[in-house]
Design a protein around this ligand. Sequence first.
Ligand SMILES: NC(=O)c1ccc[n+]([C@@H]2O[C@H](COP(=O)([O-])OP(=O)(O)OC[C@H]3O[C@@H](n4cnc5c(N)ncnc54)[C@H](O)[C@@H]3O)[C@@H](O)[C@H]2O)c1
Length: 402
Amino acid sequence: MKDCAMIHIQASCASEKETSLKTDRFSSRDAAHSSLQVGLIGCGGFVRGNHLPNLAKEPGFVIRAICDLNAAVLAPLQSKYDPNYVTQDAEKLIRDPSIDLILIGTKPDARLPLIRAAVNAGKAVFVEKPLGTDWEETREILRIFRARPTPCMVGLNRPYSRIMQEVKRIFSRHRRGPTLISYRIVCEDILWPEHHRQTLRSGQSTILHEICHIFDLLNWLTDSLPETIYAVGGRSDNNLMTLTYPNETQATIISGGCGTEGFPKEQMEIFTNHGVIRMNEFVELNVAQIPGEEDQFFPVKFNPRGPLDGFTEASLRKALKAARQGLTPEQIAVGYYYDVRVWVDKGHREEIRWLRDCLLEKKPIPTNEVRGAQSVFLALKALESLKSGQVVPLDWTALMKL
Ligand SMILES: NC(=O)c1ccc[n+]([C@@H]2O[C@H](COP(=O)([O-])OP(=O)(O)OC[C@H]3O[C@@H](n4cnc5c(N)ncnc54)[C@H](O)[C@@H]3O)[C@@H](O)[C@H]2O)c1
């Protein structure tokens, strides 16, 4: 694994002293022989499809306890993952002295009291994105971690993916002069689970709930924070955003739900120093005019019909088109498709590996609470721009004023 510092932008860097304070709980462990005892709170569609199977497969984790308010999800998880207990009472996990790490997979509206209780109990915390839903709540979460330094990872997974690690390596080496970055992330909103669609109908925006990933990715890639942001488009989805970064670097994001799942969702193109780096849906990395670099291909993480290796963007596109055509009304009513289509590797398993290694080896966690807050801050400023129709200058000192 590469050094954590590589993935870590300056503004979110915990000091050496702070890091050692944060990881005291784990300092007596022998890293080679330790396991982290994990308690999960909130096991909805995403956690059941990603974090639970990843934690179960990854050495160094023991799934000790599983909690969800919905009793119906607990029985199958008990038989599948064999934790010591399942419960509807999150306090029970938080009080459990054998648990080292609490993974909070609820939606953001339930998180603040869970984070506060877990930190006060001295647990390490993994919390899904977005870290908060408004600035007051996000500041409160930062205050909690500042008052009692505790290891925290926010589920901003894309930088941990192998393809993005390669993009960053090549970009860092080749970057010079004006740089243009274009990120497209467009899917098919009619296939989302009803509760997600309801969230957007209630006035919330994918700019906060999903594009926080891309803001964090761009900050990490450019090793900087943007100076301005401008957004146009719909109130809840289907937006164009532009961000100006230092060093003659401009980024644009196209995000929406008006596309189709029968087509790759994400693509990034970087133009710098008269060369090009293209990330194509996490399977194909193309380069042009960058000495010493060739195109690379990356395995998918799940393929219901064959091997994980060997995909190109074109063959993936064919597989996605066929899977979309085969979806039944019953599957669409559920809104999760984890077992019926190819899933590309966006770094969820690597993220869990980094979490383990950072905790056991006492390294700073790259996507910590500060990075989580930075991505929320950018989302809120993009929404401000959407409302006002103006370019919004970004004053990052707001993050310091807790
Ligand atoms: N990182 C990623 O790529 C990614 C992708 C999808 C979703 N997510 C994030 O994951 C989170 C969950 O999304 P989801 O689609 O699984 O939502 P979901 O509604 O399906 O799951 C949330 C679960 O939390 C449970 N819950 C709520 N409050 C609880 C509490 N106090 N105690 C115990 N359980 C509680 C609910 O019963 C539900 O089962 C969201 O924040 C979402 O943004 C991340």
